[in-house]
Design a protein around this ligand. Structure first.
Ligand code: DC
Length: 215
């Protein structure tokens, strides 16, 4: 069984999906992390971010694994390294290429294959798992989302101002919603949840109850 969750950055979907998977005792796949790891690898290997073909080749050879909520590239734990402002700034270009997305979508399906899991991202309900048993779209006020992302970076000791975080988030929202392949859209059959007034635990409870009702 696949439970698909989409939504923009800062909507709370990563935290919600993680807690929900732990509560239900099922696998969790953060597809944003797969694109982040590819971007990390491209920067490390000095692959030009405007070379779609080279990025596709890199994607085809990527050795990614998810273990105990950590993300590994080969044997390197990149969990923290893929969530930096540098990756945030570079990633929109990497995820915009259809040939790169094609490879990554295959990889995401392969990772989830045969598992009960919660898969979270931007095009999960529409492209990666359009036949998912349950679909959710999480959203929140843009300022609240920017504040969540800012607090997350500050908690890690990142030297960055709120305005810069807000501007980066607006840019990513724009390119996520307007790219030609796999854009962020509200799938017609997704349940939309505005997390602005809710805490994370309330959202997790709501979805968990919904899943129980549907099963
Ligand atoms: O969820 P996140 O912020 O970690 O995602 C990082 C970037 O990857 C984001 O700008 C959009 C992109 N992404 C995507 O294009 N498709 C997905 N399924 C997941 C993330």
């Amino acid at each position: 069984m696949v439970i698909a969750i989409d939504g923009p950055a800062g909507s709370g979907k990563t935290t919600v999906a993680k807690l929900l998977a732990a509560k239900l005792g099922i696998f969790y796949l953060d597809t944003g992390a797969t694109y982040r790891a590819l971007t990390y690898l491209a920067l490390k290997e000095k692959v030009s971010l405007s070379d779609a073909h080279a990025l596709q080749t890199l994607a085809k050879g990527i050795n990614l694994s998810f273990r105990d909520s950590a993300v590994y590239l080969d044997a390197e734990d990149v969990t923290a390294g893929i969530r930096t402002p540098q990756i945030d700034k570079s990633i929109s270009q990497v995820v915009s290429y259809p040939q790169v997305r094609e490879v990554m979508v295959k990889l995401q399906r392969q990772i989830a294959k045969g598992k009960d899991c919660i898969v979270e991202g931007r095009d999960i309900t529409t492209v990666v798992f359009p036949n998912a048993k349950l679909k959710f779209y999480l959203d929140a006020d843009p300022l609240v989302r920017a504040k969540r992302r800012y607090d997350e970076l500050k908690a890690k000791g990142t030297d960055i101002g709120f305005e810069e975080v807000k501007n980066d988030l607006e840019k990513r929202d724009h390119s996520d919603k307007n790219r030609e392949v796999g854009p962020l859209i509200k799938s017609k059959d997704a349940i939309v949840i505005d997390t602005t007034p809710f805490g994370i635990s309330e959202t997790v409870e709501f979805i968990a109850e919904y899943i129980q009702k549907e099963n």
